[in-house]
Design a protein around this ligand. Structure first.
Ligand code: SF4
Length: 506
């Protein structure tokens, strides 16, 4: 009989969450490095270079890979021969105690992103609890934990459908991936669950994401069963869509496709898909009664020798003196280095601003968007001498329904976020001769290095969703939708899909 101390379990969870906040899994780094080597699209290659550079900086600085430090998901398998020493909590409470300790660590404070009362007040719980915990009682004498910190942008793109038994899974997945857009911060990996019941398929898809990337090995040795053949077929066909890094168009959209299956009812074919993003964070450990789990750090040489530099063609722009005439000359795909002041705001701030405007109220002092740019971001709190913690972009699509009001009623000139814009937002951008720029999702620490000062100017009660004023210097962005309403997320993937179609074989 193995005896596990409650505190060892809690400390192991906390240490695991700290570890994965700043160290990518090594299989993920290797796959990203291979994607970088292979990439021929300059915009996608630049984005992957930012992701790899960010990854190394985070490992060195022990700071989060992304400003969204995720919702914690744990799969805990408890051996039936395990006894807990003086446990005063159940397993879920212990996981939550570990999450609390890990996320509030003063040396590397992680962003608290969890809101309770999700259909109502959506109040931040303050310590990123509760986690989503799946507990299984299994044979054996140890505790096996697989734990992940899942980003909201990628989780939002999950989908599940009850297909008919004769429906084509490949066709369904390809349709879903095209609908996912770029909000899940590709390149990444896909978890697919097939079979069981509705909830089982979704769980299988999530569990599949806990596996290591092994697609290069699989492709080299060839499929040995139908599921492996399906993985290879999906991997090739998804990458042939040309979506590419950040949806800019390119050769690598997924670095692996993982599939788990389970027997199902003769009348059903449940299928679920969940993507994992550029900030893929998960780890596996076991407790056998010998104490707290250890997590050996990677070696510096495990990281590829890739350092992002702004391209020579990048245009330097001063946000404090910019004019509408200047932004009217920008084309989709242009790279820009922003300097000067910009305001921030994301979901909750937009809702509050638009509610105030609808009631005819004045916006708070310091919140004057006239002639200015807004950055969709919810940064991590700073530690030590930092101005701000990691501060990468959040998905702009969620702000689409507010865009017309923001442009028409506040005088806002431009927006910075990530992923594509929908038809309504693009129409508003064109109508108001505005512009939408993207920063690289998953390069949050690198982006934060461009922020010279940060202060909260309004809505402090919203926590990480407050409105800040940032002063930035050479912050790298790409024109995604220009004043004519042309979108790089439409042009780029379409062009690369065609190029891939006529390529001999990639
Ligand atoms: S990389 Fe993108 S999807 Fe992933 S956590 Fe960061 S912002 Fe969210």
């Amino acid at each position: 009989m193995t005896v596990i101390r409650q505190q060892d379990f809690i400390d192991s969870i906390a240490d695991a969450l700290q570890f994965i906040s700043y160290y990518h899994p090594q299989d993920f780094i290797q796959a990203m490095a291979q994607a970088y080597e292979k990439e021929q699209s300059p915009a996608a290659k630049d984005a992957i270079a930012q992701i790899l550079t960010n990854s190394r900086l985070c490992a060195e600085g022990k700071r989060p890979i992304c400003q969204d430090t995720g919702i914690v998901v744990a799969f805990v398998r408890v051996g039936m021969n395990v006894r807990w020493d003086d446990a005063t909590m159940d397993i879920v409470e212990m996981v939550n105690a570990g999450v609390r300790k890990g996320y509030l660590n003063p040396d590397n404070v992680l962003r608290a992103s969890i809101v309770s009362d999700p259909a109502g007040k959506r109040k931040n719980t303050g310590d990123n609890t509760p986690a989503v915990v799946h507990v299984e009682l299994v044979q054996g004498d140890q505790v096996d934990v697989r734990i992940a910190a899942k980003g909201g942008g990628s989780e939002n793109k999950a989908a599940m459908e009850m297909l008919n038994p004769n429906d084509d899974i490949v066709e369904w997945v390809l349709q879903r991936v095209q609908k996912m857009g770029a909000g899940w911060c590709p390149p990444g990996m896909l978890g697919i669950g097939i079979g069981g019941t509705a909830e089982k398929a979704v769980l299988l898809a999530k569990e599949a994401l806990m596996e290591d990337i092994d697609m290069p090995t699989l492709k080299m040795r060839g499929a040995q069963n139908p599921l492996e053949a399906l993985r290879i077929e999906l991997y090739d066909k998804i990458n042939a869509l040309g979506i590419g890094a950040q949806g800019l168009g390119g050769l690598t959209t997924v670095m692996d496709v993982k599939i788990l299956d389970y027997p199902t009812h003769a009348a059903s074919k449940p299928v679920a898909i969940i993507p994992n993003c550029a900030a893929t964070r998960h780890i596996h450990f076991e407790l056998n009664g010998s104490g707290v789990a250890s997590f050996p750090p990677p070696n510096p040489e495990d990281y590829p020798d890739v350092t992002w530099h702004a391209s020579a063609e990048a245009r330097k722009v001063n946000l404090d003196t910019i004019t509408r005439a200047e932004i009217a000359t920008w084309q989709p795909g242009d790279t820009i280095l922003l300097s000067g002041k910009l305001l921030t705001g994301r979901d909750a701030a937009h809702k509050r601003i638009c509610d105030m405007l609808a009631r005819g109220e004045k916006l708070p002092e310091g919140v004057d968007f006239n002639g200015r740019f807004i950055y969709y971001v919810g940064p991590v709190d700073p530690v030590r001498d930092e101005v701000t913690g990691p501060a990468g972009p959040t998905t702009a699509t969620r702000m689409d329904s507010f865009t017309e009001t923001m442009l028409a009623e506040t005088g806002l000139m431009g927006m910075v976020g990530k992923a594509e814009r929908g038809d309504t937002a693009i129409a508003a951008i064109q109508k108001h001769q505005s512009v939408y720029l993207i920063a690289v999702g998953g390069a949050a620490y690198l982006v934060a290095k461009a922020i010279r000062s940060a202060k909260v100017v309004a809505f402090a009660d919203l926590g990480m969703e407050a409105i800040y004023e940032f002063e930035v210097e050479n912050m790298p962005v790409t024109v995604a939708v220009n004043a004519e309403g042309k979108s790089i997320h439409r042009i780029g993937p379409a062009a690369w899909r065609e190029r891939i179609r006529i390529m001999p074989r990639i």
